[in-house]
Each structure stands twice: as C-alpha cells, then as structure tokens.
Write a protein that binds this ligand. Sequence first.
Ligand code: PMP
Length: 528
Amino acid sequence: MNTEYAETELAEPHLRRLLGTAGLDVEYVSGEGNTLHHRAGNGSLIPVLDFAGGYGSLILGHNHPEIVARARELLDARSPVHAQFSSHPYANRLAAELNRIIHRETGVEEPYYATFANSGAEAIEAAVKHAELDRGARLSALLAETRASAEETRAAVLAGRATVAAPVHERLGVPRPARDEDGIDLLIAEASRHNAEVAGRPPVLLALQGGFHGKLMGSVQLTHNEGYRAPFATLGVRTRFVPMDRPDVLKEVLEQESGTLYELRHRAGRVELAEREHPAYCAFLLEPVQGEGGIRPLSRKFAEDIQEFGRQADCPLVVDEVQSGMGRTGALLASAALGLRGDYYALAKSLGGGLAKASVMLVREARYRPEFELVHSSTFAKDSFSCHIALKVLELLEADGGRLYRQAAERGEALAAMLRRVAAAFPDVVKEVRGRGLMQGFEFHDQSGARSPRLAEAARSGLFGYVVAGHLLHAHAIRTFPTASAVHTLRFEPSVLLTDDEIARLERALTDVCRIVRDQAAERLAVP
Ligand code: PMP
C-alpha cells in the first residue's frame, strides 16, 4: 500500500471530522439484529443498540440469518449477478409478488409494471422520467389532434362548407376579414401560436413541504430542504412545494397551473374554438410518512385531498414509500391505510434486506409506456442477486399470514408508548412524539435560546440532535440520529426484532437526555 495516500484522509474527511465533533465517528465492525459492534481501544467489541436502522433499510435487522443464508446460497451456486439484456424470471417473480401484495393492500386490481433501480433516489427519478415521457406523449397526441382538426376546418372553410362567427376572431384577438377564406389561416396561426406557448411551459412538479425524495441532480429538486436543493437549482426542474393540510393551496395550484389548448373545429357548418385540457402536470410526489422531514405522518384527510387533486388535474401521484414501505408501518405500503392509491410507487431501502442495493419503481397499467424500457436502464439494476434477496425479504414478511407486519405494528406501538411516556414526563423538553409503526420521531423544543451556551450553540448551528446522538452513543451505547431536514427530531427506526428490554434501555437513555436538557447541564454530556 502506498503509505503517503493511506495517511491522507480522502473519503469525505470533512464529514468524518464533523461526526467526530459529536463523537459519532466510530467504526462498526459487525452487526446482527438491532446490534452493531465497534472495537474499543483494547480490542474488545462494544455492542451498540441501533435505532437508526440503516436509515430505514433494516426492517429485518443487520445480517438476518435467513437473508445471509440466501446470499450464501446464491454465491455458492455461482449465480450470475450481471446478465443484462437476457431473460430475468426472478425480476418478474419479484414484480408479480409486489403486485400481489399491493393488490391485496389497496384493493386495486390493475397491474403495476416494475422498473428496477439501485437506490431510492434512482427509483424516484425513474418514476418522474416515466411520468414526463407519458405527459409528453399525451401532449404530442393532443397537439396532433388540434393540428388535424385545424386542417380539416381550413378545408371546410375554403370549400364553403363552414363559416366563422365573430366570437372566434374575438377570442383569438384576430381581426375579422371580409371573407372567411381570407382569414382562416390567420386564425389557425394564432391558435397554434397559443398552443405552442402553452405546450412549451415547463412541466408542473409538485411535492410536499418537508418532503425528501433523494439527493441526485433531479430528485434533489423535489426535496424540500433548501440546504440540499438550492445550490443545484440551476441544474434541475422547478418544484412547487405544497404545505401540509392545505387543500386551499391545492385549489390555488389548480387555478394557476392548469391551461387549455385551442382546437379549431367545425360543427354543423360553423367554425368553433374548443378548449382541450393541457396536460400541465408531470407528477405530485409525497411520502405517506415523511421520514427526513421529521417523521410526519400524512393525515387521512389531506391524503384524500391530494387524491382528489390528482383526479381533477390528471396529475399522477408518485407515492414515495422508500422509507415508510416494506412493512415498517405494519403493511408493505404505509399509504394503503390512508386510502391513497398511487399511480406510481417507489420502494427501496429494506427491499434489499440490508445486504443488497435495490429499488423499484412501479407504475399502473393505465399510465404505463412500454417505450420507457428502451430509454431507461442501469448496469446494476435488476441484477439477480438483489432480486433474489428482495424475494426472500418479501417471503419473510409474508410468512405465517403476515406475522412480521403485525409484529412491526405491535413493536412500533410499544416503542411509541414509551416515547410518549418520556414526553409526558418532560413536556418542557419534548415537543412532540410522532410516527407510525417502527418509524417514530421524538422532537425536542428548540434550544437556540437555551441558558446553557453549549446547548444553545449546538441548536443554533443545527447540531443539537447530533450532540444528543453523541451522548446516547457514548453514555448509553445507543445509536440514532436526527432526521436529515428536521434536526430537532430524533429518529427511531429499529427492526421488527425490537425487544421490550431494548425499549426499556432507550427509555432510560432518553430520560437521562431529557434531564440534562431540563437542568441545562451540558457538563453531564458524555461528549463535551
Ligand atoms: N425517498 C425517501 C422517502 C427517503 O427517505 C430517501 C432516503 N432517505 C430517498 C427517497 C432516497 O433514497 P436513497 O438514499 O436510497 O437514494
């Protein structure tokens, strides 16, 4: 090894140093279930109870024995991982299994076609790309119809089979000629100028305030957090962010963004100007439970409002289940219980069973464009290893009539009950406990104005949650983090294997943290 380079830290050294300020830069060397191990100075392994759960990717815990056994089997059998452009029956089985479960949970019977990808952000981008392909195709078809209709009308006017009434000229702002034959080209030109202007508008993309949909060049523009999004705004699409629980804003969007294309046509010898709905809307992205936005469940009422908006605007809904899905809330889809029916679903994280990098975008048949398959792909997507592992994950979730879904709901409720107990004991410290199933958030009151300079400074620099996380790790051997965009909220996303003892350990740890904050006693923090 070249020692010169080995001594220089080159893999995101800035981030490592930042983690170091809160004592979070430990190296984990092994893990199983909800436990990770890091090595102490004397070489012994220190177990850490993991509530970060791989940011939602470990619904079955670290190195689940059956997933590991399946991975071994695949490797031992020398199953080819990369065999692109061949038949992929395992991918088809996975798509079929996802369909079977989604149909059961939503009551929808329509098939959903699957496009596989590698990460959550990629699945989101695939969904949005598909939605734009579909919108473009609908728009082109509509423009072709308006052009054909205009040509037909022109022929009818020139042949004296149709006349043009004054209101048509008025609406298009075109002077009325002495003879219809002399004015028809101008009318057509004006209608197509209008159509070209409307059709050339950028697509309307909608997402919720607080939402998180990834950090790639496209998806980061759908992520509300300004710190992530703004530096790259010049590279991507513009998203309109809708505040939660505001149906009035949805109405406003509908009024402001909708538009019509003109269609000149003739009926019973008269030329008329019809209006056709412009397919302005590319997609509306939403999480049934916002993860990085602070573990905020979407209300049933607003889910209904959004569904209704989608119908009225003909705007496809992309339901981002990357974090909330895969059993975490007691079902494969957290959205099903809200009555939401997605045009698209995105699943990732726990789909890979904690071992593989896998994600999938599903689109319902009525919106499906087969040509998408020829313009979107990735070297690594749909590989046999990740598909087989994902099939194993579904097999485990579905076993015994869905025992693990019920376990996720029950364990989640036990965890939430404890968090609420701590919150009730420290109302001056804890603002709110929120979540569904094994996706719980614990929000502290803002400490920017705290008496303790250390706590106030941490809060003002957005590091309060990380300082708390450092204390939990070093004083209690518990690992968790704040959510990415709401840094006063700690996330708890353990696996379904969560035990009562583990919940009790977390209760003692959080009680200690709340006492420190109540007493403003930063000197008691394990990482000074
Ligand atoms: N959507 C949601 C809801 C997420 O929580 C995340 C990741 N936190 C993503 C998309 C992006 O997933 P990935 O990090 O795998 O790109």
